[in-house]
Design a protein around this ligand. Structure first.
Ligand SMILES: Nc1ncnc2c1ncn2[C@@H]1O[C@H](COP(=O)(O)OP(=O)(O)OP(=O)(O)O)[C@@H](O)[C@H]1O
Ligand SMILES: [Mg+2]
Length: 248
């Protein structure tokens, strides 16, 4: 296979000496969709945050396109242009409309003129299915609309890879479907994605590979059906039984 787009080698993260990631290796190829599952507190969000340098790993390296990006001299903002991230909470700017939220970084960071940045923002908002709501402010939007604006905002920087941290878990159930639909469209476009989610139906549909994390480590890895069908660890079995039961 070609050089991975994104790679983590032996990532450790400690907060005030307390270990949260205990040696995570990960390699994501172009066009691949990797789903990460695992119990609360096992380090999923911290891993994603280390991948796009919102957190600096205590040990280990993150590589983008084969180049180490986690070194001390690296410009995290430049890295984040190439690695889009969508959070559980949307973190949109409340005083800006949908279009303005999406156009902001291309204007500020890439220096795109406003009309151009906003034209592109409108295209992206159409693409994720919120074209009709683009002039609204976040508090006038449903959770599902806000989250899709957040996805469009991440896409506006034309990232090489998108990281999703439980993008539907803070939504009312009625809004989950439309956000997953927008993500599915990205998968169909061949976007490279790392997705932390417990939406197992969605994961089954899109995941090329699944990682199961526990206590700051990847404890299972493989095709999702393999991980779901024959987990090697008791903790994985217990956890999966729980989320699959909840799914009904
Ligand atoms: N900035 C921080 N400072 C100190 N501890 C932190 C910080 N961020 C996360 N932690 C701790 O690291 C551990 C892993 O947290 P993390 O958010 O990565 O877990 P998670 O797998 O995403 O959990 P969840 O499924 O609940 O989102 C937790 O014990 C958390 O309290
Ligand atoms: Mg988390």
């Amino acid at each position: 296979m070609s050089v991975p787009i994104l790679e983590a080698r032996g990532i450790h993260k400690r907060f005030d000496g307390r270990p949260v990631l205990n040696g995570v290796d990960l390699s994501v190829s172009k066009g691949e969709v990797v789903v990460v599952i695992g119990p609360s507190g096992c380090g999923k969000s911290t891993l994603l945050r280390c991948l796009n340098l919102l957190e600096r790993p205590t040990e280990g390296e993150v590589l983008l396109d084969g180049r180490v990006i986690s070194g001390p001299g690296e410009d995290a903002n430049r890295v984040r242009q190439k690695i889009g991230m969508v959070f559980q909470r949307f973190n949109l700017f409340p005083h800006l409309t949908g279009v303005q939220n999406v156009a902001l970084a291309p204007q500020r960071v890439l220096g795109l003129p406003t009309p151009e940045a906003e034209a592109r923002a409108r295209q992206l908002l159409e693409k994720v299915g919120v074209g009709a709501r683009m002039a609204a402010h976040p508090q006038q939007m449903s959770g599902g609309e806000q989250q899709r604006v957040a996805i469009a905002r991440a896409l506006a920087m034309a990232p090489e890879i998108m990281l999703f941290d439980e993008p539907t878990s803070s939504l009312d159930p009625e809004w989950v479907g439309e956000v997953l639909k927008a993500m599915r469209a990205l998968v169909d476009d061949g976007m490279t994605m790392v997705v932390v989610t417990h939406e197992m139906g969605f994961a089954r549909e899109v995941a090329h590979r699944a990682l199961f994390m526990d206590e700051g480590k990847v404890v299972e890895e493989g095709r999702l059906e393999e991980v779901l069908g024959a987990p090697r660890h008791e903790r994985t079995r217990t956890f999966l039984r729980r989320i699959l039961e909840r799914e009904g």
